[in-house]
Design a protein around this ligand. Sequence first.
Ligand code: ZN
Length: 173
Amino acid sequence: MAKLRILEFPDPRLRTRAAPVKVVDDRLRQLADDMFETMYAAPGIGLAATQVDVHQRLLVVDVSVDKTQPLVLINPEILQKDGVAVTEEGCLSVPGYFEEVERYEHIRVRYLDRDGATVERDMEGLLAVCVQHEMDHLNGRLFVDYLSEAKRQRIRKRLVKDRRTESTPVAVL
Ligand code: ZN
């Protein structure tokens, strides 16, 4: 397993629309395993392939407290949706920011699992919110897109500035 580098807003690669996965093979399963390792280490409860600069429709989530319910969703599609849930969301690609976002409360999702089998599953609560957030990533959308332009620009400026500070060259002698 390997930890992967997570792209951070406003990296333009996060705006890429991911392509459908054609074959669920060992290479893809390895990627999913690496994404879990990256997500758990962060720590986070969801990660889309887009965030690690792989533009295929694959995401991993685990909303359990004890990290025992890993789910791999390949080519996910929302079949049904209803209700409203407002949740304070964060994102591994927008570190340090948490804002309320409105999403569907219940969703029915069809996807391929890590063995390539088709699954249809009803989701609600945090799992439903998390899957909608990660599916947005696959379409190049970020949770900050739900905020006002002014707020988004503030976050953008701050993150760009933070990164500039971090990458200041240090003389290693
Ligand atoms: Zn995210």
